[in-house]
Design a protein around this ligand. Structure first.
Ligand SMILES: C[S@@+](CC[C@H](N)C(=O)[O-])C[C@H]1O[C@@H](n2cnc3c(N)ncnc32)[C@H](O)[C@@H]1O
Length: 269
């Protein structure tokens, strides 16, 4: 069974999350082009993971106050330990103007429009694919923007085409495992939710292909970014299945690879 388990892999996430780092940098680049040199006063980063991307965002946009939220306790614990400014502020209680970066355990679906409206920028990189009802999430964002008309929104999320070679490969060798990406929406459905909710959203799309030298490296990359294959860990894969998967990749793709299919969106002021 292949599952997403971010909590167990908070420690290894940073070393293996190069695709997420890339989508984050593309998103921040677009934001910078939109905002110019204007500082942002408050940001919320939804599904902030280990806080590395949140820290980069906070510094690049010169935010006065940034909050990262995530539903994984281990991710929030790491983010707080490595990047939070709570301690700096305690040492410098007068420093009200000191930029603040903090983290909180929270679930995206539990936050309401009034809460979101407190922030000038709502940001989320590589996380919203895990939100079960994307339509109602974006409705809340719409309501939030009705309260705070200056609010900007920017996000990236993976589509159902993510890990497409692997899911076809598993099927071709007769394995019934479904990947967590089976629950992700396709590009068209995400686009139609966005266009029916916002009149001013700019959407773009990218496919990122990550090559690997060996099939084991491909599986490690999934595991250490939080996608676990429990059957493989328990040895429930036969040597023959692994050999068949390797030859599927070699025959169809000429290499071991994973595709990450991404939809980006920005709504400016
Ligand atoms: C692929 S990681 C992306 C982390 C980070 N944004 C980055 O750029 O590296 C996805 C994160 O979303 C978090 N997550 C998944 N579902 C969530 C939810 N419903 N509410 C809050 N966080 C969630 C996971 O715990 C994980 O840390």
């Amino acid at each position: 069974m292949v599952k997403a388990e971010f909590n167990s892999y908070a420690k290894t996430y940073k070393e293996w999350s190069d695709v997420q780092v890339l989508t984050g940098s593309h998103l921040i680049q677009k934001l910078k082009e939109t905002i110019g040199n204007k500082a942002v006063s408050s940001i919320i980063d939804l599904g902030c993971g280990d806080g590395c991307g949140t820290n980069h965002l906070h510094k690049t946009l010169k935010s006065a106050s940034t909050l990262g939220i995530d539903s994984s306790t281990n991710m929030i614990e790491r983010a707080t330990r490595n990047y939070s400014t709570i301690n700096t502020l305690q040492k410098n209680p007068k420093g009200k103007s000191t930029p603040q970066l903090n983290f909180q355990l929270n679930t995206i679906q539990d936050l309401d429009a009034a809460y979101f409206s407190e922030f000038d920028l709502i940001y989320s990189n590589a996380s919203l694919q895990w939100v079960s009802d994307l339509q109602s999430f974006f409705q809340k964002i719409k309501q939030s923007r009705a309260i705070n008309s200056d609010q900007m929104v920017s996000f990236s999320l993976f589509t159902s085409k993510t890990l497409t070679e692997l899911s076809q490969g598993l099927e071709s060798i007769g394995r019934t495992d479904s990947l967590p990406t089976a629950t992700f929406l396709d590009k068209e459905s995400i686009g139609s939710i966005l266009k029916s909710t916002f009149t001013d959203v700019v959407i773009w799309h990218e496919s990122i292909v990550k090559p690997f030298t060996t099939i084991n490296e491909l599986f490690d990359s999934l595991k250490y970014t939080g996608v676990r294959d429990k059957d493989r860990e328990k040895g429930l894969w036969t040597p023959r299945q692994l050999r068949d998967l390797k030859s599927y990749y070699e025959k169809n793709w000429g290499q071991y690879r994973l595709t990450y299919d991404v939809v980006y969106g920005v709504i400016s002021r």
